[in-house]
Design a binder for this molecule. Structure first.
Ligand code: UDP
Length: 241
């Protein structure tokens, strides 16, 4: 018999860029396929898995606004980009036999369901993978905020933020060879040390609700399952000091 998982319900936040692989734009089918396999492995091991995927591989409102576009329109394009990524992930997961529901914070009923909390929880209980698209549904937010919000709403045991680095460091590890990685941090320590973990709005939500947050390296195969088995991979942020 395998050991029980350390977490029952998780919300995994992937940036849009995570889907690009080595491309400059869009989605690399090989990369999305590998991530999908890891997600299904987690679900098959008994975890309830919800996903939030960013849109930065396609559009970001702030970038569009910097080039002269109205910010709200740019953010709406960014949110629609997250729907595109969610549909791509739905397809990749379904090709591997998973049951998936995309739920959007913006109403696009011909494409996917709208987000309804109770229905989202029901999907998870039934073993479906729920992908929460369009962030919070509001401009001037990010999908990190969407992920924090949804994690709190569905009472996730853990919010996972998948990144390209293997945790939170005291300084940029790409610039400083002596940078030190933290195994654990409290929310107050992140604030007091001025560490960048998530944007301010997302961070405030996580801190106030005290949802445990783990930052880990998505590119290492097996990391997700090992985290679910209780291994201390990346950096865990939780509690107040
Ligand atoms: N966005 C938004 N409201 C939200 C979530 C996202 O307006 O609640 C827009 C915003 O323009 C953002 C873009 O969607 O830049 C893509 O999301 P994000 O930048 O979080 O993607 P990631 O960096 O994770 O790929």
């Amino acid at each position: 018999m395998t050991a029980p998982l350390a977490y029952r319900r998780i919300l995994l936040k992937l940036s849009g860029e995570a889907l690009m692989g080595s491309e400059d734009y869009g989605i690399d089918p090989k990369v999305i396929g590998r991530i999908a396999r890891e997600i299904i492995e987690a679900r098959d091991a008994g975890a309830e898995v919800a996903l939030v995927i960013g849109g930065g591989n396609i559009f970001r409102g702030a970038g569009l606004a910097a080039n002269g576009m109205d910010r709200v329109t740019g953010d709406q394009m960014g949110m629609l980009a997250t729907v595109i990524n969610a549909l791509a992930m739905q397809d990749a997961l379904e090709k591997l036999g998973a049951k998936v529901r995309v739920m959007s914070a913006l109403k696009i009923n011909d494409v996917c369901e709208g987000y309804i909390r109770r229905r989202a929880v029901r999907h998870l209980e039934k073993g479906r993978i729920a992908i929460f698209a369009a962030g919070t549904g509001n401009p001037f937010f990010t999908t990190d905020s969407g992920a924090a919000l949804r994690a709190i709403e569905i009472e996730a045991d853990l919010l996972l933020k998948a990144t390209k680095v293997d945790g939170v460091y005291d300084k940029d590890p790409r610039k400083f060879p002596d940078a030190r990685r933290f195994d654990t941090l409290t929310y107050d320590e992140v604030l007091n040390r001025g560490l960048e973990v998530m944007d301010t709005a997302a961070f405030a939500l996580c801190r106030d609700s005290e949802v445990p947050l783990r930052i880990y390296d998505l590119s290492v195969p097996g990391n997700l399952m090992n985290i679910l088995r209780g291994q201390n991979i990346g950096t865990l942020v939780q509690g107040r000091s």
